[in-house]
Design a protein around this ligand. Structure first.
Ligand SMILES: [Zn+2]
Length: 180
């Protein structure tokens, strides 16, 4: 079941259903605190596929409006995934939760995106940022944003992108999970 199809500046974004499931599970287990991590995936013809998520890590302090990722643990996970996929997987951006808030990016989120895009070590010119908002009595609503280096004006450099949900390999077509 494909909920939303779309392109953004010639780039299709696809997200595996189990990536959404995993982010929601982590969001709920950290609630009411914020959590997050890294989006990993592959380049596909005409776009990118978010295939895996890395969490905040076991030594990541979490508060309702911030968290501090366990970088050492995350780097070890990146190395492991890189090896496991024969070097085909890459870092695509970050994700985090907004407990009891909306999906809008904060000024800090936007500046982080810009920072990632200009950090050579990240090797990610146009990073994604996924936000999951909600928690408690409310369902988690997700939104994906992408930083573009080709925007004519600075305030257009971060735009929300539509994405396609890829059913996960194990449970087949029934795994389609709705984007908001
Ligand atoms: Zn945020």
């Amino acid at each position: 079941m494909l909920i939303s199809l779309g392109t953004h500046m010639g780039c299709d974004v696809s997200v595996r259903a189990d990536v959404l499931t995993e982010m929601r599970a982590a969001a709920s287990s950290s609630f009411p605190n914020e959590t997050g991590g890294l989006l990993m995936g592959f380049d596909r013809a005409g776009g990118i596929e978010v295939a895996l998520v890395i969490g905040a890590g076991p030594a990541a302090p979490e508060c309702p409006d911030s968290f501090t990722p366990d970088r050492d643990w995350q780097y070890t996970e990146i190395d492991r995934l890189f090896e496991q996929t024969q070097g085909t997987i890459r870092y695509l951006g970050d994700w985090h939760t907004h407990p009891l808030r909306g999906t809008d990016l904060s000024a800090l989120d936007r500046s982080l995106l810009r920072e990632i895009s200009t950090t050579p070590a990240a090797q990610c010119n146009e990073p994604l940022m996924a936000v999951l908002a909600g928690g408690g009595e409310r369902p988690w609503i997700d939104a994906f944003f992408r930083y573009s280096r080709r925007a004519y004006v600075p305030w257009q450099s971060v735009q929300r992108v539509h994405y396609r949900v890829l059913p996960d390999a194990k449970s087949g077509a029934d795994a389609g999970i709705g984007a908001d």
